[in-house]
Design a protein around this ligand. Structure first.
Ligand code: THU
Length: 157
């Protein structure tokens, strides 16, 4: 028997000013994308932005539906749109920001398990690490690759 341990590395910033230029642009786009959210049920507005390797950014936001499971998180909305509209481009950064009542949440919103699995596959499709930036008003977390948010990723088929 062997005891094993998995450690997760991430960086915490106190302010958006501390991010490098591409991270900052993507984080700003995620904050802007909060306004694209359609969340009449939860009133929890989430924005996401994907930056491709060439610097282009696309946005997504959570979309809710009266048939609740038919809605979709901001991350998957952005990732599916990114892949469906630019299928040949590699993604390099995903940023996520959440707001309530028109105000950016203090703490970063951490993505659900389904979104992490989808991120993992687009990272594989992109053939390069995809950084994930979780933006809060009081702190910002950066994960250099999706693996740090989803250790032991399912990628067997
Ligand atoms: N939501 C996201 O869009 N991303 C997350 O990381 C967490 C949750 C959405 C789903 C739903 O529309 C609302 O937030 C409340 O759960």
């Amino acid at each position: 028997m062997t005891n094993k341990e998995i450690k997760i590395a991430y960086i915490e910033y106190e302010s958006l000013d501390q991010l490098d230029a591409d991270d900052r642009k993507t984080a700003d786009a995620a904050v802007e994308a909060i306004s694209l959210s359609y969340a009449p049920y939860s009133r929890f507005n989430v924005g996401a932005a994907v930056m491709f390797e060439d610097g282009e950014i696309v946005k997504g936001a959570n979309q809710e539906n009266a048939a609740y499971p038919s809605g979709l998180c901001a991350e998957r909305t952005a990732l599916f749109y990114a892949s469906a509209s630019r299928p040949d481009k590699a993604m390099k950064i995903l940023a996520i920001a959440a707001g309530q009542e028109g105000k950016l949440c203090d703490s970063p919103a951490t993505p659900c398990g389904a979104c992490r699995q989808v991120m993992a596959q687009y990272q594989t499709k992109s053939g390069r690490p995809m950084a994930v930036i979780l933006v809060g008003a009081k702190k910002i977390w950066k994960f250099e690759k999706v693996d740090d948010l989803l250790p032991l990723i399912f990628d067997s088929i």
